[in-house]
Design a protein around this ligand. Structure first.
Ligand code: NAD
Length: 271
């Protein structure tokens, strides 16, 4: 199943072990990244949320030879304690962590941000989509005595206003700032911490955003390359950041969005 993408094979991750958090199904960005890491020789553990997802994630994990599949709800400390204890028991130490997790209530992802955002919705999105990255990084760093590399996934809605993205944009802004603060704290231990800002991609998360399809088509139309963001491109950036190719890069937000982020006005504007 890892062969569904056109991914370069090699040994850039040979001898490296790590945890992939956030595969829900074969469309998940975390799965594209995991496939690329496996194609380069990494040994992977997967965490997923909720028993319902196990039947989707298990065959994917097994297809890349992973023996460690654990349940972890990032909003639940006991579940996180148990998950990282399992990773430590199985791997001892790890070299990398992929955090590819976000959540906001559907009602918070449409219409007016100022009118529709509730205290509960705001805190929930921040907790699961931003704080969890700080928590996961802290836990992972304890298993990285020899240094390591950590990445998370973000979107342009952190930097600019994207209709309907609303509270998730605010949570992504916190996630990107957290990336820098965590990178500074963990730098002396040789742990690099970076974020990938991907363009819109067809996943479960995108389906939860009102007008998600418009984000895809407008993203393509605005982009410099005039194409969708590819899973191969995102997975390639993850490979760079998580392998030794990425040494010296930390605290960075890397845009992998076909050049969507740097265009101010669409073609045809000049009339
Ligand atoms: P996805 O739905 O496949 O992945 C989101 C994951 O978050 C799921 O596996 C889900 O189970 C997990 N999750 C939600 N709440 C959780 C919790 N409490 N504990 C543990 N896991 C939890 O969608 P995706 O698009 O692959 O999203 C992955 C990441 O990429 C997210 O951070 C998302 O914001 C980001 N991103 C997505 C796009 C896009 O267009 N799809 C673009 C840029 C960034």
């Amino acid at each position: 199943m890892a062969d569904e993408y056109d991914l370069p094979k090699g040994e850039l991750m040979k001898g490296k072990k790590g945890l992939i958090m956030g595969v829900a199904n074969h469309n998940s960005i975390a799965w594209g990244i995991a496939s690329q890491l496996a194609a380069q020789g990494a040994e992977l553990a997967f965490s997923y949320m909720g028993e319902g997802l196990e039947r989707r994630v298990r065959p994917l994990a097994e297809s890349v030879g992973s023996k460690l599949l654990i349940q972890a709800d990032v909003a639940d400390d006991a579940s996180m304690d148990a998950a990282f204890a399992e990773v430590e028991a199985a791997f001892g130490t790890i070299d990398f962590l992929v955090h590819s997790i976000a959540f906001a209530d559907k009602e918070q992802l449409k219409g007016s941000f100022v009118e529709n955002t509730t205290r509960e919705g705001f805190l929930n999105a921040m907790n699961i989509s931003a704080f969890s990255f700080v928590d996961c990084s802290r836990r992972a760093a304890k298993l990285m005595p020899n240094g390591g590399s950590i990445i998370c996934m973000t979107y342009l809605g952190a930097e600019r206003v994207i209709p309907n993205y609303n509270v998730m944009g605010v949570a992504k802004a916190a996630l990107e700032a957290s990336t820098r603060y965590v990178a500074r704290d963990l730098g002396p231990q040789g742990i690099r911490v970076n974020a990938i800002s991907a363009g819109a991609m067809r996943t479960l998360s995108l389906a939860g955003i009102s007008g998600g399809r418009g984000m895809l088509s407008q993203g393509r139309a605005f982009s410099a390359l005039k194409e969708d963001t590819s899973m191969e491109g995102v997975a390639g950036a993850a490979l760079w950041l998580l392998s030794d190719l990425g040494r010296s890069t930390t605290g960075e937000v890397v845009h992998v969005d076909a050049g969507f982020h740097m265009v101010g006005l669409p073609d045809g504007f000049e009339g």
